[in-house]
Ligand binder design. Structure first.
Ligand SMILES: C[S@@+](CC[C@H](N)C(=O)[O-])C[C@H]1O[C@@H](n2cnc3c(N)ncnc32)[C@H](O)[C@@H]1O
Length: 302
């Protein structure tokens, strides 16, 4: 019987349950101008403490936006207890909160690199390491709910269909897949915002990624074979004009944009020019009352 069917297992038992064997080697990370980055993956963002702090902060912003952690209609399933997978779990904050809120669930946080020690984690949570682009190290139909949030900087455009098929493969019949993404949907775009978006796109395209296509999330999920697909796009205010939420989001986006400093230097842009553009952002989102699109989609495994 699969491990997640046992309603209550001890933490030790839970940890002893291995996923199907993975041939994954450890990730290769290098220091680039003071930021730690993956060298063996297309992932565009850094992977260091500073970035982990930003991801935690961003998690709280998104939880406030959605008034919770869960969008798909899975509340009953979670209360009854099911196996949950969080793909590209980052700090694991989302997965840990779900494990705490729904103690009958077994929640797996999957990422290329663990972000924290196993101390003090809820008994229902465990971390599994691997590379999503090489496939998930889980058997078919393992999970009742699969969640993937903010892999925009990690999945090349051509690989989205295969990734979504892989998420469906590990979802059991009748189970749900939920996707949350940010892209380049800023409106309106003043010259500084436009420049940041252009740099982001140049860097992404060089890695095979295209953040301008994320509004197609729902269609991609349907094409991968999911049923009852719902796509919702939210428009969030960026900047002080948008009250507390706008301020929080602006802060997150400024820090995220700042991570591009070293990669943009590789495009021949000086540090001074980069900071000049970065400093213009705060003014532009107040003047233009900029909004930012968040794409969400969920669907069911037939
Ligand atoms: C922007 S973070 C989002 C983290 C988390 N989902 C959240 O919403 O806070 C993206 C995460 O995906 C992970 N990631 C990127 N490419 C990956 C891959 N090919 N395989 C596994 N994890 C990957 C990164 O290590 C990082 O932790």
């Amino acid at each position: 019987m699969p491990w997640w069917w046992h309603a209550r297992r001890s933490e030790a038992e839970l940890r002893s349950v291995a996923p199907s064997p993975s041939t994954e080697a450890s990730p290769v990370l290098v220091d680039v101008a003071g930021r730690r980055r993956f060298q063996d993956m297309p992932y565009l963002l850094p992977k260091d403490q500073q970035e982990l702090n930003r991801l935690d902060y961003q998690h709280y912003v998104l939880r406030q936006v959605f008034r919770g952690n869960v969008l798909a209609p899975v509340q009953d399933l979670l209360r009854e207890g099911t196996a949950v997978l969080d793909v590209g779990t980052g700090t694991g904050r989302w997965a840990i909160e779900v494990a705490e809120a729904f103690p009958r669930c077994r929640v797996v946080g999957f990422d290329r690199e663990p972000a924290r020690s196993s101390q003090g984690l809820p008994p229902g949570f465990r971390f599994v390491q691997g590379d999503l682009l090489q496939g998930l190290p889980f058997a078919d139909a393992t999970f009742g709910y699969v969640h993937q949030r903010l892999l925009v900087a990690g999945i090349p455009l051509a690989q989205w269909p295969a990734v979504l098929r892989e998420l469906l493969r590990v979802t059991r019949r009748g189970g749900w897949i939920e996707l949350v993404e940010l892209g380049l949907g800023f409106f309106p775009q003043g010259p500084c915002l436009q420049q940041i978006v252009t740099w982001w796109q140049q860097l992404s395209v060089a890695r095979g990624m295209d953040a301008s296509q994320l509004f197609l999330l729902g269609r991609w999920l349907r094409e991968a074979g999911a049923l009852q697909v719902e796509q919702r796009t939210c428009w969030l205010p960026v900047g002080r004009w948008g009250g507390r939420l706008g301020q929080l989001l602006a802060q997150d986006l400024l820090v995220a944009a700042g991570t591009l400093e070293a990669p943009v230097e590789g495009l021949g842009v000086s540090v001074a020019r980069f900071h000049e553009i970065l400093e213009g952002l705060a003014r532009e989102w107040e003047e233009g009352q900029v909004t930012y699109e968040v794409y969400t989609a969920w669907g069911r495994k037939p």
